[in-house]
Design a protein around this ligand. Structure first.
Ligand SMILES: *Cc1c(COP(=O)(O)O)cnc(C)c1O
Length: 462
């Protein structure tokens, strides 16, 4: 092969990069989980003027690694418990690398037949795993927020169409009003999605929620008198992991003819586990579902999935055509541009396919159940630490706790984070500071739980 096209350079840089990557993953047990560098230092390390001329690829990579190293968060570590993040399964990480190397663009079947079919297969596997209705349509998107956008665009089309209005052609000015009902403890991405779809946040009907964040279904009944309506329910509140009573909510939305959308970013994964799937009972009766693969399935960033029980409004809301595109019709290959709000896009199906294939049905259930078991161990262990109060119940993989007053809680949290033993962050619960701990990494083991509990014991005693 002529090196004019860089084939030898590719071989060298990719081989070296694979070594660097494996070394980094191998260092996770020894390195601090958080970062140990200031913003100014990082700007100094990575910055400087744009070089005038080319730099050799291997030098670029090695210098990037060197400069970026201290500002890395050990997110793939088993002791990273921040937000709701998840790690990367080996098969998913490897398939994600290849996704980059293969550089397919599965917006159109014609730009990546295997990428399109991998999405088809992974979509069907997910539908089956969650027990969603046969024939549901789906889209592989960057994250749960884009999944909301996909689903709620379909919902907007459907409820307005039923009221005799074509929103894709005529827009929202002069359209019949749509009642949008949300729970008080919805995720912030619901509001942002609705905003982007032309539904102002001040026009939302907000149903109160209980302490754990569950929507009050009695109150929901009183705000759905009929007419175009969309209800956004939740499977897994971001702090507590609590589930709305989806079966009771589905009774109400079905009677009112409203569209029911479920934000199941991480919580919907309980449907894959016989031990905890009862928490989301009734979920299958919804009209659309948004969730992430980059959280609990442990696919690397970024990877979200939208499902819609009604392919027609999904396609009507999203599809696009142009003279130069090559698109199939009925019986033809699936073109993702008909279903995803993105046009050109990454072949996100490959790493999802690889994750599901490497775990299998039983492996996904084990992953979910193992994380829930670790969360319970944390809650028990923390309750035994002097001064620690575990807040509410541990529903799935999320634990909320505090140490007395706000200042003490923040001090204990800072102590643990500064120790480098674990990384997690704070929130507000019932008007007071709290610490939130989320277990959703396949790597987290008993030893990680033990080390983290020990770090909290030391921090509380200091
Ligand atoms: C993380 C999360 C989202 C947003 O998901 P992204 O993948 O970051 O877009 C939405 N809802 C809930 C409940 C979440 O936990």
């Amino acid at each position: 092969m002529s090196d004019e096209f860089g084939d030898r350079a590719f071989d060298e840089v990719l081989t070296r990069t694979a070594r660097i990557a494996a070394d980094w993953l191998g260092s996770l047990d020894r390195r601090p989980v958080g970062w140990a560098v200031t913003l100014d230092e990082l700007r100094e390390r990575l910055g400087g003027p744009l070089p005038d001329g080319p730099v050799d690829p291997l030098t670029v990579v090695e210098e990037l690694v060197e400069a970026a190293e201290p500002g890395m968060v050990a997110i793939p570590s088993g002791r990273y418990f921040g937000f709701v993040i998840g790690g990367g399964l080996p098969a998913a990480v490897a398939a994600d690398w290849l996704t980059t190397v293969w550089d397919q663009n599965p917006g159109l079947y014609a730009c990546g037949p295997s990428a399109s079919v991998a999405e088809e297969v992974a979509g069907e596997w997910l539908r089956d795993l969650f027990g969603l209705p046969a024939g549901s349509s789906y889209a592989f998107v960057p994250g749960c927020q884009t999944a909301h956008l996909t689903c709620l665009a379909a919902a907007r089309h459907h409820v307005l169409r039923q009221a005799g209005w074509n929103v894709e052609e005529d827009g929202l000015c002069g359209a019949p009003p749509v009642r949008i009902v949300v729970g008080a403890r919805r995720h912030a991405t619901i509001d942002r999605t609705l905003r982007l779809l032309g539904f102002g946040t001040a026009t939302l009907t907000v149903v109160p929620a209980d302490e754990q964040g569950r929507m009050d279904v009695t109150a929901l009944r009183t705000v759905l008198p009929g007419g175009p309506a969309i209800v956004c329910a939740q499977a897994g509140e971001v702090n507590t992991g609590a589930f709305d009573d989806l079966a009771a909510i589905a009774d109400v939305t079905e009677a009112a003819g409203a569209w029911l959308h479920v934000d199941g970013a991480f919580g919907l994964w309980v449907l894959a586990s016989p031990a905890v799937r009862h928490l989301a009972a009734g979920a299958q009766r919804a009209d659309s579902w948004a969730f992430d693969a980059h959280k609990w399935l442990n696919v690397p960033y970024d990877s979200g999935v939208a499902f819609c029980a009604h392919p027609e409004p999904h396609r009507a809301a999203i599809s696009v055509t142009a003279d130069y595109l090559i698109q199939g019709g009925a019986g033809q290959p699936r073109d993702a541009i008909d279903w995803t709000p993105g046009f050109s896009r990454r072949a996100r199906g490959f790493p999802v396919y690889a994750a599901l294939r490497s775990l299998g049905r039983r492996g996904v259930a084990d992953l979910v159940e193992r994380c829930c078991a670790h969360a319970r161990t944390f809650a028990d262990g923390l309750a035994a630490v002097p001064g620690c109060e575990v807040i509410g119940e541990v529903v799935i993989n999320q634990v909320l706790f505090r140490f007395g007053d706000d200042a003490t809680t923040d001090r204990v949290l800072r102590h643990v984070v500064d120790s480098g033993e674990a990384w997690l962050s704070g929130t507000v619960a019932g008007g007071r500071r709290a610490i939130r701990l989320s277990v959703c990494n396949w790597r987290t083991g008993d030893d990680d739980v033990r080390r983290t509990l020990e770090a909290f014991r030391r921090a509380a005693a200091s």
